[in-house]
Design a binder for this molecule. Structure first.
Ligand SMILES: *[C@@H]1O[C@H](CO)[C@@H](O)[C@H](O)[C@H]1NC(C)=O
Ligand SMILES: *[C@@H]1O[C@H](CO)[C@@H](O)[C@H](O)[C@H]1NC(C)=O
Ligand SMILES: *[C@@H]1O[C@H](CO)[C@@H](O)[C@H](O)[C@H]1NC(C)=O
Length: 326
């Protein structure tokens, strides 16, 4: 009898659905994002963006959320002028995603012809919320912990969560167990702050460290590089490693009543996953590389004399992927 009772109680708490990511209908939630990234040998980069989330369709467990990017800048500390960002890229196309109240992202809807860099940035912003936020089995617990297996934009991975109740809400700290790139070393941690008054996540802090593998079976650091002997230290290394750190923060800013409802366009929209996919291997064609060069050239004057293709590509990957790892 007692066993039965325990079982029932456990089940009841066990299945009580968590509701941590929830945007009230008819409101647009604005957030500011800023991050500081350091890429070894290249310098410091600051990313600053203003983004908003609006629920456009809601069922019992899942909401479809429209993401808008109002501004997006990447600034190199060494060359203060604002570089790649909203001046070069068009962020106005449709992007929405389906997310469970517990943080799992199910699918993404975007324009068929969306620019690859824009898509990566938008997936990165959406995935800041990507998580598996679980309740405690006990209502009175002030701390709890659990393990998960996840399939986010950063690929299949295991993670641990440590959760504590705070004065204003609940803090979820997620640590992933493996790095997204085989043989790479790294630390990837994300802290999501749920706020009782706001009713959703108010702040997300991401911290990452990344060292690319020196030698890895499918990591060819020379790939696509010019067959010209380069002049300075950077390229005299046989297998350059990329060391990078990133600290990013998404902070709630304001909530506004919407003036007009948004509807997902019927045509020219693809259903996609939050997964970034084969970004590294996908586009080795000249046109793509030219575009990449154009986008980051102004920031990366220091490497202009360097081998062109491989390096540019790696750098862009490093910057964009750091935003989207967790
Ligand atoms: C809202 O979501 C439900 C469930 O996914 C779907 O059946 C319905 O068509 C959606 N409504 C709109 C307006 O997109
Ligand atoms: C996750 O953990 C399980 C059990 O420890 C293990 O079998 C699995 O390979 C891990 N998955 C990943 C992607 O690391
Ligand atoms: C990045 O650096 C700026 C300037 O030092 C600072 O104001 C900001 O809080 C930093 N952002 C993060 C996420 O650490």
């Amino acid at each position: 009898m007692r066993l039965m009772y325990c079982f029932v109680v456990f089940c009841v708490f066990g299945i009580s659905a968590s509701k941590y990511i929830q945007f009230q209908k008819d409101y647009e939630y604005w957030y500011k994002y800023n991050s500081n990234s350091t890429i070894h040998d290249l310098g410091n980069f600051r990313t600053v963006a203003e983004i908003s989330f609006t629920t456009i369709n809601v069922t019992e467990e899942v909401q479809e959320i429209l993401l808008k990017v109002n501004s997006f800048f990447v600034v190199s500390e060494a060359h203060k002028e604002q570089g790649a960002g909203s001046a070069h890229l068009d962020f106005t196309n449709w992007f929405s995603f389906e997310i469970k109240l517990s943080g799992e992202i199910l699918s993404v809807f975007h324009d068929t012809d969306e620019h690859h860099d824009v898509l990566i940035a938008k997936k990165g912003f959406a995935s800041l919320f990507s998580s598996k936020l679980q309740n405690s089995n006990s209502e009175v617990a002030s701390e709890w912990a659990y393990q998960t297996t996840e399939h986010g934009n950063e690929g299949h991975h295991n993670a641990s969560y440590a959760v504590i109740k705070t004065a204003t809400g609940i803090q979820f700290k997620k640590i992933r167990h493996s790095t997204p790139i085989p043989n790479a070393k790294g630390v990837h941690q994300k802290v999501l702050h749920f706020d009782h008054d706001l009713g959703t996540i108010k702040r997300v802090v991401v911290e990452e460290e990344f060292t690319s593998p020196q030698i890895a079976p499918d990591f060819d650091s020379e790939k696509g590089m010019r067959k010209v002997k380069a002049v300075n230290d950077f390229s005299t290394m046989e297998n350059p490693t990329i060391k990078a750190t990133n600290k990013g923060e998404l902070q709630f800013w304001k909530k506004e009543k919407i003036k007009e409802k948004s509807y997902r366009p019927k045509d020219d929209i693809v259903i996609d996953s939050i997964h970034i996919g084969n970004y590294q291997r996908k586009e080795h064609n000249a046109q793509k590389l030219d575009k990449l060069k154009g986008t980051i050239k102004s920031n990366l004057i220091c490497i202009r004399t360097e081998p062109e293709k491989g390096l540019y590509e790696h750098i862009t990957i490093a910057i964009t992927e750091m935003v989207v790892y967790l």
